[in-house]
Design a protein. Sequence first.
Length: 324
Amino acid sequence: MPRQSAPKDLSLKWLELFQICAQKGSLQAASKETGLTVSTVSHHLRNLEDHLGVELFDHSRRPMVLTPKGRVFSRKIDVALQLIRKAKAEASAGSLTEASYLRVGTIEDFESDIIPELAVHLSAKMPACDFMYHTDSSHAIIEMLRDRQLDLGISTTPSERMHDLQDRPLLRDPFVIVLPKVNEEALDDIVEGRTKLQFLRFSSNLIIARQIEAQLRRMGISTSHKFECSNNQTLMSMVSAGAGWTITTPLLYSRAKQFQPKLCMHPFPGKSFARTLALVATPDCSRSALELVDAKTRSLIQDRILTPLLTDIPWLSGSFKLVD
């Protein structure tokens, strides 16, 4: 039997909490994401159901499951909330000084020399804004953007579609071979596994590792390995100690300054390939904030990373570059 409709006006907060609960299947997850108590989230959902006069969730099941009417409502609300967020972003396009909150995610690659200066710049340009900065893997940043836990992020562009997220390519970062500086083996022999030098690889759950493995498969190369790691500095340390070789990128190499005297970088043999780092934003991210972050990040990449490394390693020119 339909529920008795309540006279309260429909609340945007109810709709946003409904969307989170529909996606997460849990009051606890919605509570964690929003900072509200579980009882408050539950109270808002009940208010929404009372207002509509229908059950949106089957409250007897865990995790939470949408009713047939709830599934229909969810599809419509996803579209409506996306339009509302887009409208809010367009309305705030020219009001940087009035922006109140910005959540930025970044991969570790930019954590030491780009993000600190970017944070200072944004703080000066957006004086009324509260900021949240988060460092994680590209995969995690994309997921947080999809779940609207971040407004924009810097990550490796994934191979799969990003649905409603908007991406702006920033940097072409080609894959290269890094060997111990003291090495007498031929590069082709090392890559094709005809030497005793071990391949040290990135952890298989990382986007960069999947890109490298896909390229090696296309080349028909099967590499045995005894070591994998998610931390670039650890890989560079192992290579500098003569423990093996790795496939990485100039950007990651540039971050391992303390190990560079014992490292030697080479172009990837055969057909070159690269990853692209991009600025990724949700549809409701302010265009003016996006433009500000884009412009400053490009300037910092050029000054802090590209210019110094291309001066030292000129053969990277043309392949390691900003994407227009």
